[in-house]
Ligand binder design. Structure first.
Ligand code: CTP
Ligand code: MG
Length: 229
């Protein structure tokens, strides 16, 4: 089953503290964003990639794509100040799509069988996200005091890709724009629009490189994955 994917790379990577966009940091000598794009370049179900970048970095990405050609990236789309705005720009630049996936450029380790499971779920349920059970105990805290311990068995950590029928996610973004709602992921917009979102159990390897120590984990995960592939 075919899909188009929006890959987000227009952030600043502030928490990574690398002094530049974390997408350019290397894992085993290959830039993070290239690892991510190669996953979809290699997936026969993926028919096109919309790569969303900061307008100041368009040329850097163009040069990178000359060094590491990714055929499915046909053009670059300029992102916005918030992740949600970057996604919206990506959605607007998709010409024809039935099934659309939205993915963080900073998550290079998603596996093809997991992507396919997700796409099949979204085809039947209209909206589906990858998630893993939360390992830590989570408490609600206010001003340094525990208010509540949340029942862990119902808590899931949500990842990307997230997969939607195009109309469902586009309508949800338009609605959020009208209501000036800013969510931390795309599914939250879809939920607010009244659409049920299904979960597909993913993998703990599918980390989002966020803080400096994640680079060490990433090297280790890549070593493990290349050994078992
Ligand atoms: N992203 C984007 N446009 C934005 C903000 C984020 O395309 N305005 C992308 C990032 O490039 C990243 C993904 O969304 O691939 C997830 O965001 P996050 O991990 O928060 O990355 P950054 O925003 O770059 O990092 P930070 O929040 O630490 O600055
Ligand atoms: Mg961010």
């Amino acid at each position: 089953m075919k899909y188009e994917i929006i890959v987000l790379a227009a952030g600043q990577g502030k928490r990574m503290k690398a002094g530049r966009n974390k997408q350019f940091l290397t894992i085993q000598n290959v830039p993070l964003i290239i690892h991510t794009l190669q996953k979809f370049e290699q997936d026969p179900w993926c028919s096109g990639i919309v790569l969303v970048v900061n307008e100041k970095e368009v040329e850097i990405f163009e040069e990178l794509l000359i060094e590491y050609p990714i055929q499915k990236v046909q053009s670059l789309t300029v992102g916005g100040d918030e992740r949600q705005h970057s996604v919206y720009n990506g959605l607007k630049s998709l010409k024809q799509a039935q099934m659309v996936l939205i993915h963080d450029g900073a998550r290079p380790f998603v596996q093809q069988n997991t992507i396919h499971e997700l796409v099949e779920k979204a085809a039947s349920d209209k909206a589906a996200v990858l998630a893993v059970p939360v390992k830590d105990t989570i408490k609600r805290v206010e001003q340094g005091t525990v208010i509540e311990t949340v029942e862990r068995s119902s808590l899931w950590a949500i990842q990307t890709p997230q997969a939607f029928l195009f109309d469902v996610v586009m309508n949800a973004h338009e609605k959020a724009k009208t209501n000036e709602y800013l969510g931390t992921d795309d599914a939250s917009l879809v939920e607010r629009a009244g659409q049920k979102v299904s979960i597909v159990e993913g993998n703990y390897d599918n980390i989002k490189l966020t803080t400096p120590e994640d680079l060490l984990y990433a090297e280790a995960i890549l070593t493990k994955l290349t050994r078992t592939e």
